[in-house]
Ligand binder design. Structure first.
Ligand SMILES: Cc1cc2nc3c(=O)[nH]c(=O)nc-3n(C[C@H](O)[C@H](O)[C@H](O)COP(=O)(O)OP(=O)(O)OC[C@H]3O[C@@H](n4cnc5c(N)ncnc54)[C@H](O)[C@@H]3O)c2cc1C
Length: 309
C-alpha cells in the first residue's frame, strides 16, 4: 500500500511516499520499489527530506536521471531522494557561465547552449543524465568531459544541515570518477564555464553531428545504462567483449547488444538479477580469454548479495 508523509516546508505536491517503483526512474527500466521516495523542488524541501531521514536513522540514496544505475529487484531501503525537480537554469551572458539545478538534463542544456551560440557542451548531447549525476560521474564523450567545464557546485551535507561550494579541484576528478561517488552529499546545482560568441548554427551543427554519430553506433532505442564497463586502459571494453564472442549473449530478457558490445539491453521484462548475471558472465569470459578484469561503470543500488566488482 502506498502511504505518504507531508513535509512541513513542502508544497502540497511534495510528499515523502512509500513503495514507489523505481523502474520508471531508471533508463534500464528495471528495479524494485523505494521504501520511501521524495522529489523535492526547493532547497528547503531537500533539507527537510534529509532531516526526516536523519531523525529516523533511515539511509538516504541519491537518484539523478537514473541513467547509470542498476537498481536491485528488491528495491532500495530507506529514503530515495530524486533531484528530478531541481530545474533552475540561469545564464550569465557576460561571464559565459550557466548555473543549473542538479535535475536539469545535460542534453537539454547542451541544446540550449548551442542555440545561444555558446560552445563547450557539444559532446554532452547524447548523455541521458542530469547535471548532478554527470558532475558526480565525470560524464564524458567525444573527447569532452564534465571536468573541462565545471567551475563549481553547491553541495548539501548528508544530514541536510550544511551547504558548501566545491570547486572543480575539490572533485578529485579522474576517468568517470569523483570523490562524490559513494558519498552521501548531494549536488544541488552546478556552474559551468562555456564559451559564448559563436554562430549558433555552427554550434548546433556540431552538436547534431555528435548525436547522429552516437545514434549510428549505439543502441539508443532500447533501455540500457549506456556503457556497462569502464574501459580497462589501454583496451576498450567493447572490443574485448566482442572479440570474446559475447554479442547476443542472453540471460532472461537481458542481452549483450549486437550494435555495441559494452551495452546490455533490457529487451522486454529483464530483471536486475538477469542483468547482474550477464555482467558476471561477461566479466568471467573476458577474464578467462584476455586475463583482463572489467570493472562496472554502472552503479548498483539496493541489495545484490555479495558481489566482488
Ligand atoms: C544510452 C546511454 C548512453 C550513455 N552515454 C554516456 C556517455 O557517453 N558518457 C558517459 O559518461 N555516460 C554515459 N551514460 C551514462 C550516464 O548517462 C551518465 O553516467 C550520467 O552522467 C549519469 O547521470 P544521472 O543523472 O543519470 O545519474 P544517476 O544514474 O541517477 O546516478 C549515478 C550516480 O550518481 C549519484 N548521483 C546522482 N545525482 C546526484 C547528485 N545530484 N548528487 C550526488 N550524487 C548524485 C547516484 O547516487 C549514483 O551513484 C549513458 C547512459 C545511457 C543510458
Amino acid at each position: 500500500m502506498v502511504t505518504s508523509v507531508q513535509l512541513t516546508s513542502a508544497a502540497p505536491d511534495c510528499a515523502i511516499q512509500s513503495q514507489i517503483s523505481l523502474a520508471r526512474f531508471t533508463s534500464f527500466r528495471v528495479g524494485g520499489p523505494a521504501e520511501w521516495y521524495v522529489a523535492p523542488r526547493t532547497l528547503e524541501e531537500l533539507r527537510d527530506s534529509f532531516e526526516w531521514a536523519d531523525r529516523r536513522s533511515v539511509p538516504v540514496t541519491l537518484l539523478g536521471a537514473g541513467s547509470n544505475l542498476l537498481v536491485s529487484d528488491g528495491g532500495i531501503e530507506g529514503l530515495t531522494v530524486s533531484t528530478r525537480h531541481l530545474r533552475r537554469m540561469a545564464f550569465d551572458r557576460e561571464a559565459g557561465r550557466v548555473t543549473v539545478g542538479a535535475g536539469v538534463s545535460i542534453a537539454t542544456l547542451a541544446w540550449k547552449a548551442a542555440a545561444l551560440g555558446w560552445s563547450g557542451l557539444e559532446w554532452a548531447v547524447g548523455i541521458p543524465g542530469s547535471l548532478g549525476g554527470s558532475a558526480v560521474m565525470n560524464a564524458g564523450a567525444h573527447g569532452g568531459e564534465m571536468k573541462d567545464v565545471l567551475v563549481e557546485a553547491e553541495v548539501l551535507s548528508a544530514d541536510g544541515n550544511r551547504l558548501e561550494t566545491l570547486k572543480r579541484e575539490d572533485f578529485g576528478y579522474g576517468y568517470r570518477t569523483s570523490v562524490l561517488q559513494g558519498d552521501r552529499r548531494l549536488v544541488t546545482q552546478t556552474t559551468l564555464q562555456l564559451t559564448p560568441g559563436f554562430d549558433p548554427a555552427l554550434v548546433k551543427a556540431r552538436t547534431r553531428r555528435h548525436l547522429e554519430q552516437r545514434h549510428s553506433t549505439q543502441p539508443y532505442h532500447m533501455p540500457s545504462c549506456g556503457s556497462v564497463f569502464r574501459n580497462p586502459e589501454p583496451h576498450k571494453a567493447a572490443w574485448l567483449i566482442e572479440q570474446t564472442g559475447l554479442k547476443g549473449l542472453r540471460r532472461g530478457d537481458a542481452e549483450v547488444a549486437q550494435m555495441h558490445a559494452n551495452f546490455i539491453l533490457n529487451c522486454g521484462e529483464a530483471r536486475a538479477a538477469d542483468i547482474l548475471g550477464l555482467i558476471e558472465s561477461v566479466r568471467e569470459a573476458v577474464y578467462h580469454r584476455w586475463d583482463v578484469v572489467l570493472h562496472p561503470e554502472v552503479k548498483m543500488l539496493g541489495a545484490f548479495g555479495a558481489i566482488a566488482m
